[in-house]
Design a protein. Structure first.
Length: 134
């Protein structure tokens, strides 16, 4: 519980989304907000990251953005939104080493299993099995 309290204190000291101009930082702060403040705060950061990525050449951040969006949707028990996100696989398959991003295939497989889309779940499970991440 002490670590969560510390994370919440840190989150209260962070800048507001409009003050951040780096999409990578916005997504990082979205992950912090997800754990410290919940899905509403995380969504604000994710929306900021999406706005900063719009028209950007930083497609390597897209898997992270999708993982965050999908995790937010799952925390809100919004299977339809999670499915809409996962139905559009990221354009970039580069590996960043970001733990949150590395879990995208696992999260996607769970979404597909919840939706009873076995074939799609099997495809995401195959991607997850091929990973050396967490």
């Amino acid at each position: 519980d002490g670590d969560l309290d510390g994370l919440r204190r840190l989150a209260r000291q962070l800048p507001s989304p409009p003050d951040v101009t780096n999409p990578n930082l916005a997504l990082d702060l979205g992950v912090v907000a997800l754990y410290a403040e919940g899905s509403l705060a995380a969504r604000r950061w994710c929306d900021r990251g999406v706005a900063l990525l719009r028209g950007s050449t930083e497609v390597h951040l897209e898997p992270r953005m999708l993982a965050l969006q999908c995790s937010i949707a799952l925390m809100e028990a919004d299977l339809d939104t999670a499915l809409a996100i996962i139905d559009h696989p990221p354009r970039s398959r580069s590996r960043s080493g970001d733990v949150f991003e590395e879990r995208l295939p696992i999260v996607a497989a769970r979404v597909m299993m919840a939706a009873r889309r076995d074939t799609a779940a099997d495809s995401w499970i195959s991607v997850a099995e091929a990973m050396s991440g967490p």
